[in-house]
Design a protein around this ligand. Structure first.
Ligand code: FA5
Length: 341
């Protein structure tokens, strides 16, 4: 009996040591076969000794055998858990690896037209022009009347403008003047002169709206840069000098521009300005000497002061500068295009 118990003790100690020392699942499996193997495991071997134990000692011996068997099984299972946990840990990524290269962050950009507007302000600022602003929703006085555009002028046709429905519905009522989305930034000329005695030297940059069919050089919403200089003895030569200086600053010294005689109700004489590009002349703005009727409409004395004004298409300028052949690119919102600026 005592031999049998001694064998059991020895078996338990050996098994616990082997399982605790197993460092891999292969080592653990070898230990399992050695101790718990069904055919020739050491537990099976020791169990055979139970037959030689005297009958009266059998219950105690059997009980001890079961305890040892259970302890060995438990030693195996805890070793198994330990090895699996170690394997899982080596699989999962470390939380932060300072040696990895950083992930690039994609930065947003200002829209090319916004960038252009900032640059135009900069150039005109150096020529002494300060920035003025006006609303995009306008009344007919500022968009037409004060600009010497009479009620029967084709430019006021509802088909040529975005009139606002709500305003039109109430247009008949007293005090309800029709409103429209401004079709030109020349509105800001009037707003500035109404409130500022001469001299004035301003630019105004912003959106204007016209029901034009989109094509490579037209869009129903676009931007203009208005310029206005009113003072004593401002001449057409000043206008041409300022526009030439501006064009060579923004488009480069090798740019060719030309002035064509034209007509605007609010300037006299009037010109249109073209730049040369891709073997063609493209119009980028209108300009002229402020008509005396306009000076009078805002309370200036045309005998005292003269002035010039211009209105340039911002998209057309940006297109020439960056070799963009289709104005619609600006508003497709394709990041592959927008990301280039
Ligand atoms: C005017 O809007 C005048 N207010 C300009 C002016 C101001 C003349 C002050 C005299 C004194 P015009 O309609 O030609 O003029 O437009 C001026 C410029 O806006 C054009 O030369 C062109 O560059 C741009 N433009 C006009 N329509 C469009 C459009 N649909 N899409 C993009 N650009 C346009």
């Amino acid at each position: 009996m005592s031999d049998f118990l001694a064998d059991l003790d020895e078996l338990q100690t050996a098994a616990e040591q082997r399982f605790a020392a197993a460092a891999s699942s292969d080592e653990l499996e070898a230990a399992r076969v050695e101790f718990l193997g069904q055919k020739s495991g050491r537990i099976k071997d020791v169990q055979k000794g139970l037959g030689a134990v005297p009958k009266e000692d059998k219950p105690a011996a059997g009980k001890r055998f079961n305890e040892v068997k259970q302890a060995v099984q438990q030693a195996f299972e805890s070793a198994q858990q330990r090895i699996e946990a170690a394997r899982d840990e080596s699989k999962s990524e470390p939380l932060f690896d300072p040696t990895l290269p950083g992930r690039p962050v994609r930065l947003g950009r200002l829209h090319p037209i916004t960038q252009t507007i900032e640059e135009l302000k900069d150039i005109m600022g150096r020529l002494g022009f300060s920035v003025a602003e006006g609303p995009e929703i306008e009344d007919e006085r500022h968009n037409f009347e004060a600009l010497n555009i009479p009620a029967d002028h084709p430019a006021r046709d509802p088909l040529e403008n975005f009139y606002l429905h709500a305003a039109r519905a109430g247009a008949g009522k007293q005090g309800d003047a029709p409103l429209l989305l401004r079709s030109q930034t020349s509105t800001v000329q009037i707003r500035v002169m109404e409130h500022t005695p001469p001299p004035v030297r301003i630019i105004a940059l912003g959106r204007v709206y016209r029901p034009d069919t989109p094509d490579a050089t037209h869009y129903p919403m676009f931007h203009q840069m208005e310029g206005l200089w009113v003072d004593r003895r401002v001449t057409m030569a000043d206008l041409k000098s300022v526009l030439r200086l501006f064009a060579s600053s923004y488009l480069g010294h090798d740019v060719h521009i030309r002035f064509r005689p034209s007509f605007f109700p609010f300037t006299e004489p009037s010109v249109e300005c073209d730049y040369h590009w891709n073997d063609r002349w493209t119009e980028f703005g209108g300009a002229g000497m402020v008509d005396p009727n306009v000076l009078q409409a805002v309370g200036y004395d045309p005998e005292e002061v003269t002035g010039f004004a211009f209105g340039l298409g911002v998209e057309r300028l940006c297109m020439r500068r960056h070799h963009i052949t289709d104005i619609r690119e600006f508003y497709r919102n394709d990041v592959r295009f927008l990301h280039q600026f």
